[in-house]
Design a protein around this ligand. Structure first.
Ligand code: BG6
Ligand code: MG
Length: 229
C-alpha cells in the first residue's frame, strides 16, 4: 500500500474496539444488563445503554444502580456484576465466526496484507475469550483488554498501551470505535478516530456504518478527503 501521510505521520497501526466493532456482542451486553435491571424493577433504556458502551463492567453497574435509584454496598455491586457476567457468557456460548460484524474479517485480512500492525483495545475482560470464539485471536499482535488497564474509556490508557506495545507513535494509529466514550479515548490518545455503526457519534475523525467492502486504501482516501488532513 502506498505510504500515507497524516498528522505528518504515516499510518502504521490499526486498533479495534471489540464489542460492536468486531463482534456482534453489544446486544448481548444490553440483554444481560436488562436482566439485572429487571430485578430492581428498572427498565434500562436504549439511550442509557449507549452510555454504557465502552465502559467497564464495574463502572456500568454503578451507573445502572444510580439510574435505578438503588444504593448497594461494594460487595453487593460486585455480586451483581458477577451475575451479569455469568449471564453474558451464557449468551456468548454459541458465538462463532458468523458473529463477526459484516466486512470486518475481510478488512482485517487486507490490512495485514497491506503491512499494517493490528491491535484490539477493549474495556472487556472477556475480550480474548470472545476473539477465540470468533477464531480471529491470532490475527492481532496484541489484545489490550479490561484486565490490563486501570482507567475506563474515555481515558486513553487502553489505546496508548496498544500503540506502545505495537511500538508505534499514537498519531500513526487509527482507532475503530462504536462508543462515544471510545471515540473520546482515541482522541485523548492523539489518534485518528473512526466511528463505526448506526448511532450518532460526536467528534470522530470519520464515521462509517460498517466495514462492508471497505479496504484500508479506501479508508485512507476517505480520511484524506475528510476535514482531517
Ligand atoms: C465494553 C462493552 O467493550 O466492555 C461494555 O462496550 C462492557 O458494554 C465492557 O460492559 C466490559 O465488558 P466485560 O466483558 O468485561 O463485562
Ligand atoms: Mg464497543
Amino acid at each position: 500500500m502506498s505510504l500515507v501521510i497524516m498528522h505528518n505521520s504515516q499510518i502504521k497501526g490499526l486498533i479495534f474496539d471489540l464489542d460492536g466493532v468486531i463482534a456482534d456482542t453489544a446486544h448481548l451486553h444490553y440483554k444481560a444488563w436488562c436482566k439485572i435491571g429487571t430485578q430492581w424493577d428498572f427498565n434500562l433504556s436504549i439511550a442509557q445503554n449507549e452510555q454504557l458502551k465502552g465502559v467497564s463492567r464495574k463502572d456500568s453497574i454503578i451507573k445502572i444502580a444510580n439510574w435505578a435509584g438503588k444504593r448497594f454496598s461494594e460487595a453487593e455491586l460486585d455480586a451483581f456484576a458477577l451475575e451479569k457476567n455469568e449471564n453474558y457468557l451464557s449468551y456468548c456460548e454459541t458465538l462463532g465466526t458468523k458473529d463477526i460484524l459484516p466486512g470486518v474479517y475481510e478488512f482485517i485480512k487486507s490490512s495485514i496484507d497491506a503491512g499494517l500492525k493490528l491491535a484490539v483495545g477493549s474495556a472487556s475482560k472477556n475480550a480474548k475469550i470472545i476473539l477465540e470464539k470468533l477464531e480471529i485471536l491470532d490475527l492481532f499482535s496484541i489484545v489490550v483488554d479490561g484486565n490490563m488497564v486501570q482507567n475506563s474509556k474515555p481515558d486513553p490508557e487502553v489505546f496508548l498501551k496498544g500503540a506502545e506495545t505495537l511500538n508505534l507513535a499514537p498519531n500513526s494509529c487509527i482507532v475503530f470505535e462504536d462508543s462515544q466514550a471510545g471515540i473520546l479515548a482515541a482522541n485523548n490518545a492523539g489518534m485518528i478516530s473512526v466511528g463505526v455503526g448506526q448511532e450518532d457519534l460526536n467528534n470522530c475523525t470519520l464515521k462509517i456504518e460498517n466495514f462492508k467492502g471497505l479496504t484500508p486504501k479506501q479508508l485512507i482516501t476517505q480520511l484524506s478527503n475528510s476535514d482531517h488532513k
